[in-house]
Design a protein around this ligand. Structure first.
Ligand SMILES: CC(C)(COP(=O)(O)OP(=O)(O)OC[C@H]1O[C@@H](n2cnc3c(N)ncnc32)[C@H](O)[C@@H]1OP(=O)(O)O)[C@@H](O)C(=O)NCCC(=O)NCCS
Length: 168
């Protein structure tokens, strides 16, 4: 039921990405980052990625019980990782109604397989400091904390923690 994303998924990817952000981050990030208008930004992002313009990637999607796209995972070479980390989870979002059924762990396993097949050594991900659910998930799947950072977001500053699987 997990499959690779295609260009036909772009409208659903964009909608689910924004909805998952709202479910995950409401009250923790500036409201502008959760606004419905962000769907257009996400559609442009997914269009660029699936066209290959952002480099190599593994983009996964999964449906809910009714067949609607409800989960996405995006694995890429590292662009925002501390030195020594070569691959990152760029996005991993499940809508709330399909969480805690093993889909996130299954997507992560496929991402790790993809990194290994590319000859990558390790994999990391950033999580918002307030997102303890994601941190628990990363720890439960064998990751360890590797770094902390603060990133500007609008008029706010967001604290983030990174986790890594090394070797992947
Ligand atoms: C975090 C996320 C990707 C995990 O995927 P999932 O399919 O829900 O999680 P799984 O069912 O694969 O969980 C595997 C294990 O991780 C741990 N875990 C997962 N979610 C957890 C949570 N919210 N709180 C505590 N532990 C959690 C548990 O140990 C779980 O095993 P169990 O259910 O048998 O107890 C998913 O819940 C999600 O998309 N959450 C919202 C968005 C988000 O935070 N994304 C990450 C951004 S950095």
């Amino acid at each position: 039921m997990i499959r690779q994303a295609t260009a036909a998924d772009i409208p659903d990817l964009a909608r689910v990405h924004v909805e998952a952000w709202r479910q995950t981050y409401a009250g923790h990030v500036p409201e502008a980052l959760l606004a419905p208008e962000r769907v257009e930004f996400r559609a442009r992002m997914w269009t660029a990625i699936l066209a290959g313009g952002e480099g190599p990637y593994l983009a996964l999607v999964a449906p809910d019980d009714r067949g609607a796209l409800a989960a996405l995972g995006l694995f890429m070479p590292a662009s925002e990782a501390p030195a020594g980390w070569d691959h990152e989870i760029r996005s991993l979002y499940l809508l709330r109604h399909i969480q805690r059924r093993g889909i996130g762990a299954a997507m992560l396993a496929q991402g790790r397989d993809w990194v290994r097949a590319r000859g990558g050594r390790n994999l990391m991900a950033w999580a918002l400091d307030a997102n303890t659910g994601a941190q628990d998930f990363y720890r439960a799947t064998g990751a360890v904390e590797i770094a902390r950072r603060e990133v500007p977001a609008g008029n706010a500053t967001l604290a983030e923690i990174s986790f890594g699987w090394d070797p992947v």
